[in-house]
Design a protein around this ligand. Structure first.
Ligand code: 6PG
Length: 237
């Protein structure tokens, strides 16, 4: 496990941006699962502003680790957030973008997307293998859209399952633990003081860490990197 602490969100964004650029510079096609929520916004804004001409977008396929079951135009959509902060500002071929179709029936979409991952990605251990999976950390310790009250979904046999947000009841389609932990690189992107306690519990395996889906992120062969700003890291530094 590697922990990179940046003094600001902006400098964290720079770290993540150059990780993506370095991975895309190999000349081979790379498959990247993006995270949703609000943390990625500053990272996507940085990439769009500073690296839009430096990154060879033809070499990257974008997927999502999870999506809210809403239309792609909905303000809740992780895809819409990514369009607003990144895709609308870079020259990435449409055919490189594989969004989870939140407008579809959730169960049918989980099956469709799970099949798509088998078709589009290389496999390792018989499981689709991402080059990079970006993850956020929820205040409750969830990651992708696997929440503490349904932590068993992490171990589902399927590549993708349907989850339900514990407060809003919103349906989500999410990749599962077998796909996350099969990635070559997993990057947790965590900022802000509100996350500091969970970061500490998970990294130090303290208190209720075993209740949090995020603690199950343990790549089998790949690398796990925590990108933290100082606020989120204050419990461990
Ligand atoms: C989502 C995400 C989710 C998110 C965390 C952190 O669809 O909301 O995929 O796992 O990454 O909840 O969200 P914030 O970045 O908004 O704190």
């Amino acid at each position: 496990m590697n922990i990179i602490v940046s003094n600001t969100k902006e400098s964290l964004a720079e770290e993540v941006a150059y990780l993506l650029k370095d991975m895309s510079d190999t000349g081979e096609k790379i498959h990247v699962a993006l995270s949703g929520g609000s943390t990625p916004k500053v990272i996507f804004d940085y990439i769009a502003r500073e690296l839009s001409e430096e990154i060879f977008w033809d070499n990257i396929n974008f997927y999502w680790g999870d999506e809210r079951c809403v239309p792609p135009t909905d303000t809740e959509s992780n895809y819409k957030m990514t369009v607003d902060h990144l895709l609308s500002k870079i020259d990435m071929p449409e055919e490189n973008i594989f969004r989870i179709q939140g407008e579809n029936d959730p169960e049918e979409e989980a099956i469709r997307y799970g099949k798509l991952l088998n078709e589009e990605l290389p496999t390792a251990n018989g499981i689709p293998q991402f080059d990079l999976v970006m993850l956020g950390l929820g205040d409750d310790g969830h990651t992708v859209s696997i929440f503490p009250d349904s932590i068993q979904l992490w171990d589902a046999k399927a590549n993708c399952v349907v989850a339900t947000h514990p407060e809003s009841g919103q349906k989500r389609v999410t990749i599962t633990g077998k796909v996350v932990n099969n990635a070559k690189t997993v990057a947790f992107l965590v900022t802000g003081a509100a996350k500091a306690e969970k970061v500490k519990e998970i990294i130090k395996k303290e208190k209720d860490f075993a209740l949090y889906p995020a603690h199950l992120v343990q790549p089998s062969d790949g690398e796990l990197i925590w990108f933290l700003d100082e606020e989120a890291a204050r419990g461990i530094s």
